[in-house]
Design a protein around this ligand. Structure first.
Ligand SMILES: *Cc1c(COP(=O)(O)O)cnc(C)c1O
Length: 382
């Protein structure tokens, strides 16, 4: 029994710690910190329905993010759908083709028609000038993603939205801990939606957060995420089950105190990648705009073309290193949307690769990744 446990452990170490490198690794707190919260759940036997841990997590997140409301929900995707519903959006919504599928699918699921406009090749966020050109009488909103935690052109988007009397939702799934002009990035727009999925920098295993500028909309989302209940036997309107459990909140409460440390670790790993890759002029990194305190949510690099990307990816995969094509394909090619011509986004999707990144990725692992990239690039014609 004892010896098989030892074999299992050492097997894990050799296969996972030294050879297999996934794109990211979920931060798990020391087990006793999580079980401390579980103890309380077992004592009260309240496992869901806005128990004390949900309330504590919401309060701590509002404090951390410096926002006046935050609805903790079951996922970022349900947060986006609640936001679209609560703002009463319909018709056309202008959105980015360079994001995760949930940005687009939420719109379609809520009966909106996504209108894709192209992105800025430097920041990979939606290009405000192209938003302006795409607005029609039937446009109700802009849904833009702070992709990889890189802020959108907030000022321009806000001006365009107020001049045309349309709403702004930010998909802030990657934006936890990013500050823009000294203020949390999730404080901008009519609504910002965070994801707390296990692959994100701050997580609650599954979960999301909705931050609203307008308190009436915040209240509406509060009802909507709980079936529309305004009391035990009364309903204020249509709702859905978008709430989250006490066990998920417990994970959030255990992870939140480590976020600062997680960001510092990711920054160090990112700097090491920067150094190692600095003389590879054919690799381009997206530009982080001024006034941004970044969270190092991803380490994206763009190769000269898809052929080179595929060669590099394959060489890494052969060594059990698994970067991911975040985000490929361009969302305007999804089978259930109208196709738009967005050449910059299409090109970025074909060329972008997110290298492995988590706060404890070892220097020798980063060096191994970079060595393989360099060797592969030396062998291909560019
Ligand atoms: C992860 C992610 C989502 C979805 O969040 P879930 O919590 O997994 O539902 C939405 N948009 C972007 C850009 C994401 O990366």
């Amino acid at each position: 029994m004892v010896s098989s446990a030892i074999i299992a452990v050492s097997y894990c170490f050799t296969t996972i710690a030294h050879y297999m490198i996934p794109v990211t690794r979920t931060y798990l707190p020391p087990l006793e910190e999580y079980t401390h919260y579980l103890q309380g759940i077992w004592e009260s036997s309240q496992v869901s329905n806005f128990g004390s841990l949900n309330q504590e997590l919401e309060a701590k997140l509002m404090n951390f993010l410096q926002v006046s409301n935050l609805a903790y929900v079951s996922s970022g995707t349900i947060g986006l759908q609640l936001s679209i519903k609560a703002l009463g959006l319909g018709g056309r919504v202008i959105t980015t083709p360079f994001s995760y599928v949930a940005t687009t699918s939420s719109l379609v699921w809520e009966g909106c028609h996504p209108v894709f406009v192209d992105i800025n090749p430097q920041t990979l966020t939606i290009d405000p000038q192209k938003i302006e050109e795409a607005i029609t009488d039937d446009t109700s909103a802009i849904l833009a993603t702070h992709i990889f935690g890189i802020p959108n052109d907030i000022e321009s988007i806000s001006e365009i939205a107020s001049a045309n009397n349309i709403k702004v939702i930010y998909d802030a799934a990657h934006a936890f801990g990013v500050n823009y002009k000294g203020k949390s990035l999730v404080g901008y727009g009519d609504i910002s939606v965070l994801s707390f999925h296990a692959t994100k920098l701050f997580h609650t295993v599954e979960g999301g957060g909705v931050v609203c500028r307008n308190p009436d909309i915040a209240e509406k989302i509060d009802y909507m995420r709980n079936f529309g209940h305004s009391g035990e036997e009364s309903f204020s309107g249509l709702g859905i089950n978008g709430k989250n459990s006490e066990l998920h909140a417990a994970m959030g409460l255990s992870v939140l105190p480590k976020v600062a440390e997680i960001i510092v670790g990711r920054k160090q790993v990112s700097k090491l990648y920067d150094e190692q890759l600095s003389n590879l002029t054919c690799i381009v990194k997206p530009v982080i705009p001024e006034y941004v305190e970044y969270n190092y949510s991803h380490y994206p690099v763009l190769f000269p073309d898809e052929r080179v990307l595929l060669r590099v990816k394959q060489a890494l995969n052969e060594k059990e290193i698994f970067p991911r094509r975040y985000f490929y394909p361009s969302l305007s090619t999804l089978p259930y949307v109208e196709a738009y011509d967005v050449p910059i986004a299409r090109s970025a999707s074909e060329r972008v690769l997110c290298l492995p990144l988590h706060h404890q990725l070892a220097a020798d692992e980063v060096e191994a990744v970079c060595r393989i990239i360099k060797n592969t690039l030396a062998g291909v014609k560019i």
